[in-house]
Design a protein around this ligand. Structure first.
Ligand SMILES: Cc1cc2nc3c(=O)[nH]c(=O)nc-3n(C[C@H](O)[C@H](O)[C@H](O)COP(=O)(O)OP(=O)(O)OC[C@H]3O[C@@H](n4cnc5c(N)ncnc54)[C@H](O)[C@@H]3O)c2cc1C
Length: 414
């Protein structure tokens, strides 16, 4: 049995905690925030199997001026942050060449195709199978041009094993009558599913961890003590010194600063997204639907309909621009004509994004007993349970699955 300290109790950190606890370790999680209100609270809730094509795509550089000029576009770059983001962006755009995109997609497919089984096993373990809704996701397109923007991504995802069916907009309306009848095309992503309440998911994971004897300290991780190439203690903000045989950094975007303290350079930025929970939506949507040209998805959670999306490059600490959330809501009636939007709650999440869209899972060569579990970008909810399983392998010293080394933290050092 090892004493494991985990910095961060979002969906990824708490999934690692449960997986390590199941192996008999004594686990402490440092989590300063309200449980369940990390980035996953603002998410679309999808178990996005086959969402493997990286964010960086050919022609990206040409689009940057447009991102700077239109603060309400689905993709935008805050001018004040542009300079600080340059090193990350340089690497990000380098990953848009077709051979790198394919390599990234292949690596992400390896992880996401395991996600549903891992997530179901996790839900079974915590006694909450109802948190997964096994219904495909529907993407909607106005016309040929609109649909063509997804063509290459869909082709690559299908080549890697994804099942995507093309249907007409009318058929989408028949599958889910809340959807407007006048879309020209739609695609049904058969492998996807969605979580019915992401905040509750993290809370139930945390409650189960505590019931089984795990410790949660409501404090931030502030630093570390080391003895040569081994960490010996984790320091909590405001006092507290925890002895550790193993340390896992799973603090979302804050992982970058914690890694820096240890001399590990993570290229990680927070890519902001917004979500508005509509509390009396007045429509009975059954599936998660995405409207890519509007830059948002709509998910029917247990207690609200969430309109979520946008990709805003704004650095790690930028304040939210709530106007962007409101723009999404105003566009959502295009998808759901009967939508009522009066009673609403807004949320913002920072997706922890690496420039190659791959998460960071594994050990750094710099420290013998440090493991990372961060950088999941738009896939943290999808890959939480899978990451927990992989981190448990790392800490047990079991042989890694083929291809997992592609997610190692030292790839940013060169
Ligand atoms: C609009 C939007 C839509 C999305 N849609 C999807 C989707 O459909 N499917 C999907 O899979 N993903 C989606 N995502 C991405 C997903 O939400 C993230 O990838 C995921 O939440 C990241 O989880 P995390 O645990 O790494 O980080 P977080 O959820 O941010 O958790 C990190 C935790 O670390 C804590 N912390 C911070 N600093 C410290 C410190 N110093 N010490 C200790 N703890 C600390 C924080 O309080 C926080 O609780 C979406 C995100 C957004 C914003």
């Amino acid at each position: 049995m090892k004493r494991v300290v985990i910095a961060g109790g979002g969906v990824v950190g708490i999934s690692c905690a449960l997986a390590l606890q199941a192996e008999g370790h004594s686990v402490t999680v440092l989590e300063p925030g309200p449980v369940g209100e990390g980035a996953s609270w603002a998410s679309c809730g999808c178990i996005a199997v086959g969402e493997v094509v990286p964010l960086s795509q050919p022609g990206m550089l040409m689009k940057v001026p447009g991102w700077l000029l239109d603060p309400e576009a689905p993709l935008s770059l805050r001018p004040a942050s542009a300079l600080g983001l340059l090193p990350w962006f340089a690497r990000f755009t380098a990953n848009s060449i077709p051979s790198r995109m394919r390599a990234i997609a292949t690596d992400l497919a390896r992880l996401t195709f395991a996600a549903t089984a891992d997530f179901k096993a996790q839900l079974e373990d915590i006694g909450a199978p109802e948190l997964l809704m096994e219904r495909p996701v529907i993407k909607l397109f106005d016309d040929e041009r609109d649909k063509a923007t997804m063509g290459a991504a869909f082709d690559l995802a299908c080549e890697l094993g994804c099942t995507i069916d093309d249907i007409s907009g009318q058929e989408a309306h028949e599958i889910d009558p809340a959807i407007a009848a006048d879309f020209k095309y739609a695609s049904v992503l058969r492998d996807w599913s969605f979580v019915t309440d992401p905040k509750r998911l993290v809370q139930v994971l945390m409650e189960t961890f505590v019931q089984r004897g795990g410790t949660v300290l409501p404090k931030a991780c502030a630093g570390f003590e080391r003895d040569g190439a081994r960490l010996t203690h984790v320091l909590a903000a405001g006092g507290g010194r925890l002895a550790a045989d193993e340390v896992v950094i799973a603090a979302g975007t804050a992982s970058k600063g914690l890694a820096r303290q240890l001399g590990v350079r993570l290229q990680l930025e927070g890519v902001i997204g917004y979500s508005t929970a509509l509390l009396d939506p007045g429509v009975d949507l059954k599936h998660t639907v995405f409207y890519p040209s509007g830059g948002f998805g709509i998910t029917p959670y247990d207690d609200a309909l969430a309109v979520a999306g946008t990709v805003e490059f704004a650095g790690l600490d930028a304040a939210p621009k709530w106007r962007r959330a409101d723009v999404l809501v105003s566009r959502a009636r295009r998808v759901l004509p009967g939508l009522q939007t009066e009673r609403r709650e807004r949320r913002m999440g920072r997706r922890p994004f690496t420039p190659d869209t791959r998460p960071v899972i594994g050990r750094s060569g710099k420290l013998a007993n440090l493991c990372f579990a961060t950088g999941h970008g738009q896939l943290g909810l999808t890959l939480g349970a899978t990451t927990g399983r992989l981190v448990a392998d790392v800490i047990a010293g079991r042989p890694q699955e083929p291809g997992i080394s592609a997610f190692g933290p030292d790839r940013f050092s060169s």
